[in-house]
Design a protein around this ligand. Structure first.
Ligand SMILES: Nc1ncnc2c1ncn2[C@@H]1O[C@H](COP(=O)(O)OP(=O)(O)OP(=O)(O)O)[C@@H](O)[C@H]1O
Length: 247
């Protein structure tokens, strides 16, 4: 479902070249739920932007659902859903429900399919009380549930999440995690999750990839991750060890 082969992305900053992602190869099969970890500036967002076609790789290849994201961005948009926790894709001044209607038009989702999908998402994510509220008046947790709905209205095969639980309280976090676990188990949606919240990783991801300085530093199961740093008992300790020893 997701294939990277020696993908790289550089940025020119003044006269220097920043290697945000280097020689990155991995593949994610349909139905996998993969955590994508890395310290600040490691290259996670750059990877995600290449996956959705916002950035073109400087080298190597990227394929999502068999498509080259930067060349087939419009076609890919029907197969992928993306949530940037720090930025909303909703229309700030419009009621949530109107944002969804616009998304239906943009993605050309059939009205009946849309109505059924929205009813299902509104129930599971408990949107009923604020569907008519302008996005700017929503709390962070409500807005995040709205953003998740927006990313899933067209029923994508792949969901890419960039810090979807940032700033949420424990109850909101738990409900978003339960929702994502169900989405993956019941619909078979492939999920790539970037987060600095290791609780998200522990509760949701069977597989974990860790990127540092733009390169893949670990790729394995959660159990293998935990076993990779003997003497470190918690996921926080293991990840701290990996972040600091890779430097
Ligand atoms: N548009 C850009 N122009 C120049 N440099 C950039 C640009 N985007 C990212 N970078 C650089 O590329 C590197 C990787 O950044 P990226 O945003 O992918 O990291 P990240 O792992 O998502 O970090 P964080 O956890 O802090 O969000 C950093 O050194 C960053 O400064």
């Amino acid at each position: 479902m997701i294939e990277l082969d020696r993908a790289g992305r550089t940025f020119k900053v003044k006269r220097a070249t920043v290697h945000a992602v280097q020689d990155l190869s991995f593949s994610i099969a349909p139905g996998e739920f993969v955590g994508y970890l890395g310290p600040n500036g490691a290259g996670k967002s750059t990877t995600i932007k290449m996956l959705c076609g916002i950035l073109t790789p400087s080298s190597g290849t990227v394929r999502v659902a068999g498509l080259d994201p930067s060349r087939r961005r419009t076609t890919l948009a029907r197969r992928i859903g993306v949530v940037f926790g720090q930025r909303t894709t909703l229309w700030w001044d419009l009621p949530l429900r109107d944002s969804f209607d616009l998304i239906r038009l943009l993605y050309k989702v059939d009205r009946k399919v849309f109505d059924a999908r929205l009813a299902e998402l509104a129930e599971t994510l408990d949107l009923g009380a604020f569907l008519r509220t302008p996005v700017r008046q929503l709390s962070l947790g409500q807005r995040m549930r709205g953003d998740l709905t927006a990313a899933l209205l067209h029923d994508p095969d792949v969901l890419v999440l960039d810090e979807p639980t940032i700033g949420l309280d424990v109850v909101s976090k738990a409900s978003i995690r339960a929702f994502l676990a169900r989405l993956n188990a019941e619909r078979g949606t492939t999920v790539l999750l970037t987060t600095h919240d290791l609780g998200d990783i522990e509760r949701l991801c069977r597989r974990v990839m860790l990127i540092d300085h733009g390169r893949l530093a670990f790729d394995g199961t959660l159990e293998e991750l935990m076993a990779s740093a003997p003497g470190h008992a918690t996921i926080e300790e293991v990840v701290t060890h990996l972040y600091t020893s890779e430097r």
